[in-house]
Design a protein around this ligand. Sequence first.
Ligand code: BDP
Length: 330
Amino acid sequence: MLHFNIRTALTSAALGGAIAVAGTAATAVELRGWNIHVEDYPVSIAMESFAAEVAERTNGEITAKTFHNGVLGSQPDAIEQIRLGVIDFGEFSLGPMGQSIPETNVVSLPFIFPSIPDMYEMMDGEVGEAIGEGMIAKGIVPLGWYDAGARSFYNSVRPINTPADVEGLKVRVMSNDLFVGMVEAMDGNATPMAFGEVYQSIKTGVVDGAENNPPSYESTNHYEVAQFYSLTEHLIIPECLCMSLKSYEKLTPEQQEIVKEAGHTSALLQRELWQEREAASMETIAAGGTTVNTIEDKAPFQEAMGPVYDKFLADNPDLTDLVNLIRNAE
Ligand code: BDP
């Protein structure tokens, strides 16, 4: 199953359809969507296809307009706004969600997924269900899990081959204490910062670098200012096309079904587009003069993450089973 079984979780959240149905059937609804990426990014194209399917299948009763390029605000702010229903839908990394939805943090633990295919499989199964329930409890309904590949470090100072190479580097991280801990575990200096500020901050030396997947490193032009890209692949964080529970509840059951199905289809498209863009981004990066290095032995990085796991499990004992479910998966 590609996407989370929303019906089960919604029933257990005692929402039912009753409140939603009353009076909304014939009203035209215009949904506002948040997206941080540029318009030709795989996420953005998939969001447009989601909107097109929804409009077509509801005969224009629901239209969905996506605001690309982060014009509706930073990701941490947008996560709060979608919970409040100020924004109706959006595409989020589960990374910054961890500050308000603890369950999402399990996929922000460094090296938790052995590979990207494993991530897909687990997000499409029990792990995705558990995380989705946590999200719904906080007012966000997942419609489809999107791919964001693996994140690696880049900086303007030196290639990273071992955790010791991170020592002393000023590294921008997404807004989540887990990522601060991750960089500090290698004696780097972590700076949480909005995505949109990173280019200028690297350029002016406020930070030495950051970490991200190839399409984001490329589409933001970070590769022009931080020319060492070291393929640590330390984070495989899935992303989510999601809807505000408040907005979702205003739809009729039929409309909810359409929105879920369109979310599912858009995720299939996004995953395909992602593969293509990742390859294209690596080519652009290489042509732009970046020095890319692979990491022969990732074990020292994985070992360095011991304290990050210890702290996380000590702070969130109730998530131990979920962490183990991922770690022990065959
Ligand atoms: C990208 C994610 C985006 C994040 C960004 C970041 O797709 O949602 O905002 O990384 O590093 O890969 O902030």
